[in-house]
Design a protein around this ligand. Structure first.
Ligand SMILES: Nc1ncnc2c1ncn2[C@@H]1O[C@H](COP(=O)(O)OP(=O)(O)OP(=O)(O)O)[C@@H](O)[C@H]1O
Ligand SMILES: [Mg+2]
Length: 339
C-alpha cells in the first residue's frame, strides 16, 4: 500500500470570536470553547494503480484527511504513511513522493505565466531542466493550456488556473497523488479530460486519493470508494458493491395518462412520488421497482388493465448517488445544517 492510514484522528479547537463591545447590544454570550472531530479514527489504504475516492457531505472531513496526508496538518492521533514514510516523522520524504492539489486554493503564482509556474515548481522538486520542459509541454497540451502557456496565470479563468494547478501537481511524476476536488470548477470537456488523465495515472501504477462531490465521476473513475460522514468512514468498497450493499432499489419513472385515482390505487404502496395531475390528465410518478424490469412490467400491466395509459416508462438503476444519500442520510452537509 502506498498510502496507509491507521486510526487517524484530527480534532480542531472550534475558534469563535471572543467578547466584542457590541455583544452587549445583541446579548450574545460567549460560548465555552469546544472542539470538533474532523477525522475520527479512520483506517484505510490505497495501493499502487488504485484510485480511491473519498466521498462525503460538506464538512465530513475529506480535506482535513488530505491535508494530514500532505503533511500540512498534524494528526491528533493515529498514523499516516506514504510509501512507508511516516507523515509526522519523515515529512521531507513524504513531500518528495506526493503531488497535492486542493481545489479553490492558490496553488500557482498568478504573476508568472503558466509555463514559468511549471518551471519554478520543477526546480523546487530538483528536476533536470530538459525534463521540466518536456513534462511541462506534454501536460500543458494534455490539459488544454498549450495556447495560453505564455500568458500570466492571473489572466486565466478559474478552471484554467485549476488545470494549471493540476499540471503542477503531476509535473514531478510522484507515485502518490492527493487530489481534492480536481474537477470542481471545470467545464464538462475539461472535467472529462481530467478524468481521463486520472485513469492514465492509475494505469501508470500511481496511488490516487481523490475527493469529489460528483458521484457519477466517482463511479466512473474510482476502483474503490470510502464514504466519510462526520469524520467517520461509514462504508468502503468498489462502487458497484457499495451500490448493491446499500440496498437501494431501482426506480421506475412513469409518465401516465388517465384516471389518477385508479393509478394511485395500483401504485399505492410502490409510489415514491406523485407529480401534479395536469389538466390533460397527465401524471408523472416515480415508484420503487425492487425486482427491476420484472416489477416494472407487472406495474405497467396493472396500470394498463385499469385503463391508465403508460406514455413513457424508464427504469433507473440504483446509482452511487442513491447509495451515498442512503448511507449519509438525506440531510444537507454540516455547513448548511447550522443555518
Ligand atoms: N482550521 C480549522 N479549524 C477548525 N475547524 C476546522 C478547520 N478546518 C476544518 N475544520 C472543520 O473540520 C470539519 C471537516 O472539514 P473539511 O474541510 O475536512 O470537510 P470536507 O469534507 O472537505 O468538506 P467540503 O466537502 O465542504 O470540502 C468541519 O466541521 C470544519 O468546520
Ligand atoms: Mg473539502
Amino acid at each position: 500500500m502506498l498510502i496507509e492510514v491507521e486510526r487517524l484522528t484530527k480534532r480542531f479547537e472550534r475558534r469563535r470570536p471572543s467578547r466584542r463591545p457590541w455583544d452587549v447590544l445583541t446579548r450574545r454570550s460567549v460560548p465555552a470553547p469546544d472542539s470538533v472531530i474532523a477525522v475520527d479514527d479512520v483506517t484505510l489504504g490505497v495501493g499502487a494503480g488504485e484510485v480511491y475516492g473519498l466521498l462525503g457531505p460538506n464538512g465530513a472531513g475529506k480535506t482535513t484527511m488530505a491535508r494530514m496526508l500532505a503533511t500540512l496538518l498534524e494528526p491528533t492521533a493515529g498514523t499516516a504513511r506514504i510509501c512507508g514514510h511516516d507523515t509526522l516523522r519523515d515529512g521531507g520524504a513524504v513531500r518528495a513522493r506526493i503531488g497535492v492539489m486542493f481545489a479553490g486554493e492558490r496553488g500557482v503564482y498568478w504573476r508568472l505565466t503558466g509555463r514559468e509556474n511549471l518551471e519554478i515548481f520543477g526546480r523546487l522538486q530538483f528536476m533536470p531542466g530538459h525534463a521540466i520542459q518536456e513534462r511541462s509541454a506534454a501536460l500543458l497540451e494534455q490539459l488544454g493550456l498549450a495556447e495560453r502557456a505564455d500568458d500570466l496565470a492571473e489572466t486565466y479563468s478559474t478552471g484554467m488556473k485549476q488545470r494549471l494547478n493540476l499540471a503542477r501537481t503531476l509535473l514531478h511524476d510522484p507515485p502518490v497523488l492527493l487530489l481534492d476536488e480536481p474537477t470542481a470548477a471545470l467545464d464538462p470537456a475539461a472535467a472529462r479530460a481530467t478524468r481521463e488523465l486520472i485513469r492514465t495515472l492509475q494505469g501508470a501504477g500511481k496511488a490516487v486519493l481523490l475527493t469529489t462531490h460528483n458521484m457519477h465521476e466517482a463511479d466512473e473513475v474510482c476502483d474503490r470508494v470510502g464514504i466519510i460522514d462526520h469524520g467517520r468512514l461509514v462504508a468502503e468498497d468498489r462502487p458497484a458493491a457499495l451500490i448493491a450493499s446499500a440496498g437501494v432499489e431501482p426506480r421506475l419513472e412513469l409518465q401516465l395518462h388517465g384516471d389518477a385515482a385508479a393509478a394511485r390505487q395500483i401504485l399505492g404502496a410502490d409510489a415514491l412520488w406523485w407529480g401534479d395531475v395536469q389538466d390533460d390528465g397527465g401524471i408523472a410518478v416515480a415508484a420503487s421497482a425492487p425486482g427491476g424490469w420484472q416489477s416494472a412490467e407487472r406495474i405497467a400491466a396493472s396500470l394498463k388493465a385499469a385503463g391508465v395509459t403508460v406514455i413513457e416508462s424508464r427504469l433507473r438503476e440504483a446509482t452511487l448517488e442513491d447509495a451515498f444519500i442512503k448511507l449519509t442520510g438525506s440531510r444537507l452537509g454540516g455547513s448548511l445544517e447550522s443555518i
